[in-house]
Design a protein around this ligand. Structure first.
Ligand SMILES: NC(=O)c1ccc[n+]([C@@H]2O[C@H](COP(=O)([O-])OP(=O)(O)OC[C@H]3O[C@@H](n4cnc5c(N)ncnc54)[C@H](OP(=O)(O)O)[C@@H]3O)[C@@H](O)[C@H]2O)c1
Length: 377
């Protein structure tokens, strides 16, 4: 605490980042400003200049406050949550696509207050508290960020800024995983559709950002949930999240995904690192089942293709999150009602964003890692 950033430098020239998030305010001729813009013209931000470097590659800078373009909002940031995709982009794992230009201000899961509307944006006004997903442009490790109105939703007072920022990628992925496995969440799902869905579900890495939401959502849907996690989180996953049974992934039974009650699974929400297909195949029910894989490697992608063309009863399906505003609204509403709780592993002020980054890269978070813009230094 009380630490000041060790590597602040002032960037006075126009940022070279071409994508919309960091366009200097002066160039946004079309933006409408129904409320006074921030009195300052620059903001504190954390960015990196090239691939690699991990937490040490993040630099504290002072850059122009971005201006919202058509369809965007300018948000005064309260909190941002880090996801593994953020440091995977920095590592260059998506280097064919992302980031579009350096320097790059990372992190796409945002929470804050609307201060300015770009052209064509309706349904929001300055002062609104919101949760937003700005991906792939990101920009969340900053005092201000622009985000698409199409992926911005209202945040009610019952949902804290930190909890709100935690939801978009992690809870969104958990929801889409379960839906891809045939789980129905709509109240008017007919009995036949609900009955056709899975009954016994396995969630791997249930203690992580995605997994801890997946367990809760699967329980909301009335399923029997087996979960894998490390020994230190067995009680958290069972008693805190509501899993029916939990397995330590470092034991032989855990590595084999073997249910303590002898169940075989109709569906697996796979959030842990890649595992060999025979492990999943033997854990799935004889009647068939699906593994919805958030971390597919090349082998899993090939396997999935083979399953599709051979109409296999036991299938592996890779999933890439396709964020949807209506799902974000639903998740925020579940959080508002107290049905979906966020566990925060740790919070850091912007001045200590490198520590948050390093913590995420270690891969041992319990729940979400959050950077708070007004956080205690
Ligand atoms: N495809 C997509 O669109 C998409 C979307 C979101 C996330 N993802 C990917 O999904 C993965 C999970 O994301 P996340 O945000 O949940 O990550 P995370 O929060 O960093 O996950 C950390 C947790 O995983 C646990 N864990 C690690 N290895 C495990 C294993 N073999 N078995 C069981 N638990 C294990 C850790 O437990 P210990 O500390 O006890 O080791 C820790 O609690 C990441 O690889 C991420 O990139 C993909």
């Amino acid at each position: 605490m009380g630490r000041t950033p060790s590597c602040v430098h002032i960037q006075t020239q126009t940022p070279t980042l071409a994508h919309q998030t960091h366009t200097p305010r002066a160039s946004a001729a079309m933006a409408t400003t129904p409320s006074p813009p921030p009195s300052a013209t620059t903001m504190r931000a954390v960015q990196y200049d090239g691939y690699g470097g991990g937490a040490e590659g993040l630099k504290h800078v002072e850059v122009p406050i971005p201006a919202p373009k058509e369809g965007e909002l300018l948000i005064k940031m309260e909190a941002a949550s880090i996801n593994p995709i953020d440091w995977k982009i920095q590592k260059g794992m998506l280097r064919l696509f992302l980031p579009k230009k350096f320097p790059f201000i990372p992190v796409g899961d945002l929470s804050g207050e609307v201060v300015e509307l770009g052209g064509g944006v309706s349904g929001f006004k300055p002062g609104d508290k919101v949760v937003s997903m700005s991906f792939p442009n990101c920009g969340g490790l900053a005092e201000y960020a622009v985000a698409p109105a199409s992926l911005t939703v209202a945040r009610p007072p019952e949902v804290s800024a930190a909890d709100g920022a935690s939801l978009p990628a992690a809870a969104g992925s958990a929801l889409q995983q379960l839906k891809a496995a045939g789980v129905r969440f709509d109240a008017d799902a007919d009995a036949a559709a609900a009955a056709a869905g899975p009954k016994n579900v396995l969630v791997t890495a249930a203690s992580g950002g995605v997994g801890h939401y997946a367990v809760q959502l699967a329980k909301l849907a009335g399923l029997h949930v087996t979960a894998t996690c490390g020994a230190r989180n067995l009680a958290f996953v069972r008693d805190g999240l509501g899993a029916d049974e939990a397995l330590d992934y470092r034991t032989p039974d855990g590595a084999a995904l073997r249910s303590p009650s002898g169940r075989r699974y109709d569906a697996v929400a796979h959030c842990a690192p890649p595992a060999p297909w025979p492990v999943f195949r033997d854990a799935l029910a004889d009647a068939g089942g699906v593994v919805v894989d958030l971390t597919p490697g090349v082998a899993a992608t090939v396997r999935s293709f083979l399953h599709r063309v051979t109409f296999s009863k036991k299938r592996l399906v890779p999933l890439i999150l396709m964020p949807k505003k209506e799902e974000m609204e639903w998740l925020v509403d579940m959080a508002k009602q107290g049905k979906l709780k966020t566990t925060i592993d740790s919070k850091y002020p912007l001045s200590r964003a490198q520590e948050a980054w390093a913590k995420s890269m270690e891969g041992h978070a319990t729940g979400k890692i959050v950077v708070e813009m007004g956080g205690t230094e």
